[in-house]
Design a protein around this ligand. Structure first.
Ligand code: IMP
Length: 193
């Protein structure tokens, strides 16, 4: 089975990648930098999802010389003029996601400006060839956090066409519909050619 290095230390993301690839019937062995004894992370100082995704993929590709997949993702919230975007992991400082999600929904209480979108850009490097794949999931911010599945902003994100948050709809829903699943589906099409 082909080995692909997944350029992240985020256990939730690794599990999502594994689940989505299983659902897409792509037979690869995903290995993480930690599996190879590497705990280093590159500095994500890009200005776009593409740049940050490339920085992560290139860092681990240069280190291990394996086909490498990386993603950079974030949530864009209309109420905050599209922020936090590429800064989603660091938005509102060191607050836990539980507190962050409560803070955001409290600040947005009563506002009708609730539009939001999740973005993902995947970079895949193999034999020094770099390709990018994008996925966007449109929706809105819930009135309050709900649900226990997923991670990050999932408890406050309601996908268009649904009435429950991603965290309530659960992992199976995300594996089919998330921004990451949409981008990975495009990657899988190329990969299987
Ligand atoms: P990254 O590891 O730099 O791509 O960080 C992306 C950040 O965006 C995560 O730490 C979360 O805050 C947020 N994010 C990205 N994808 C998701 C998702 O599927 N659900 C919830 N939050 C997400």
């Amino acid at each position: 089975m082909k080995k692909i290095l997944i350029a992240t230390g985020n256990a939730h993301k690794i599990q999502e990648f594994k689940d989505i690839l299983k659902y897409l019937n792509v037979e690869v062995e995903l290995i993480s930098p930690k599996d190879l004894g590497s705990y280093e992370e590159p500095i994500e100082n890009g200005k776009t999802y593409e740049e940050n995704s490339y920085i992560k993929a290139k860092f681990f590709y240069d280190k291990f010389h394996l086909p490498t997949i990386a993603d950079d993702s974030g949530v864009e919230i209309d109420f905050y003029d599209g922020k936090p975007g590429i800064y989603s992991a660091r938005f509102l400082g060191d607050m836990s996601y539980r507190d962050r999600n409560i803070y955001i929904t409290n600040e947005m209480k009563g506002s009708e400006n609730r539009g939001a979108s999740f973005h993902c850009v995947i970079t895949y490097i193999e034999n020094d060839i770099v390709n990018y794949y994008k996925g966007i999931l449109y929706g809105k911010i819930a009135n309050e956090p709900k649900g226990d599945e997923g991670f990050g902003y999932d408890p406050i994100f309601i996908c268009n066409g649904f009435n429950s948050t991603n965290a309530e709809l659960g992992q199976d829903f995300k594996n089919h519909h998330s921004h990451r699943a949409l981008a990975l589906r495009k990657w899988a099409k190329d990969f299987e050619k």
